[in-house]
Design a protein around this ligand. Sequence first.
Ligand code: M6R
Length: 364
Amino acid sequence: EKGGYPHFMLKEIHEEPDAVRRCLSPRIRNGHIELNISGLPDEALAKTERIHIVACGTAMHAGLVGRYAIESLARVPVEVDIASEFRYRNPILGKNDLVVLISQSGETADTLAALRLAKEHGIRTLAIVNVPGSSIAREADDVLYTWAGPEIAVASTKAYLVQLAVLYLVAVKLASLHETLSAKEESALCKELLEIPEKIQEAVESEPAVLECAQKLKDAQHVFFIGRGVDYTLCMESSLKLKEVSYIHCEAYAAGELKHGTISLIEQGTPVIAVATQPALYPKTVSNLEEVKARGADVMLVCGKDANVEADLAANVLRVPNVHDVLAPMAAIVPLQLLAYHIAVLRGCDVDKPRNLAKSVTVE
Ligand code: M6R
């Protein structure tokens, strides 16, 4: 049942290229996005003034990437909430808002409660769900399925990738409806999206380099992840993944925020992983990396294939395939998922069933 892999988590990471292909290709036709959401026609989507993305854990982290994509491509304001916070903060919801719930299982109690709250306010709800017929899928006004197939490992990997894929489709669709992208730009992005599964495959094949990093980090007590912009959201997801499966204490920090307190924790040998996929922010993240290095940090860097990395900047550099900047998270997260996996295996952890955790959290 594990298809020859030692763990479901590794199997599911290897399934990512196919899962993303299955999710994207039926929804891209002749340079256009076709979402085919029966209850949410293009005219209704075009009127959306604000989006609230509500989810938990990894699904919430996917939402954070979605916010960058939607805001930068479509210029529609997006708020992202943790479902257990959203439901108790009396959120301000406007009649032309859209509440987007993201959930792999479709059964997460807090996300389901947030959906019901939005419906009570008469706000349109759209669910991005993996499990067909699940509670969230049934109760939302509209559903976009992620079609990743079953995800067994407690740590979510391929489900995150397909959640990103759907959010990119929504972002490009909204951008075309809000006329912030020309037809030519839309069709260029569609082409890039269709090529993404190959780039993910390339990223999966970076496993030997990842294994080398895992060997170095396996005895770490603390790991810091730093990044800016969308890379910061990848840090949050990588940090959650590593904590969850390896039990190493990790922190994700916005790189520019370090010097406002956290840098005091950096000492000789503290591992710091910087994620810097965005060329526009690269020099800024590098200068933060130099600051931690000067305080003795052991530095690893995840960056694009073409980044011009100074020879002595990082002990290990994980290069990710070249993709459009806005789509970079889909390739960049893969080595970071593999890193969490391999560190957990090297530490002898129960990778697929980490202690204290359940696959689906059906109590609040
Ligand atoms: O089924 P859901 O996507 O609603 O689950 C949400 C979280 O419980 C889930 O993503 C959790 O954070 C994962 N174990 C992370 O790997």
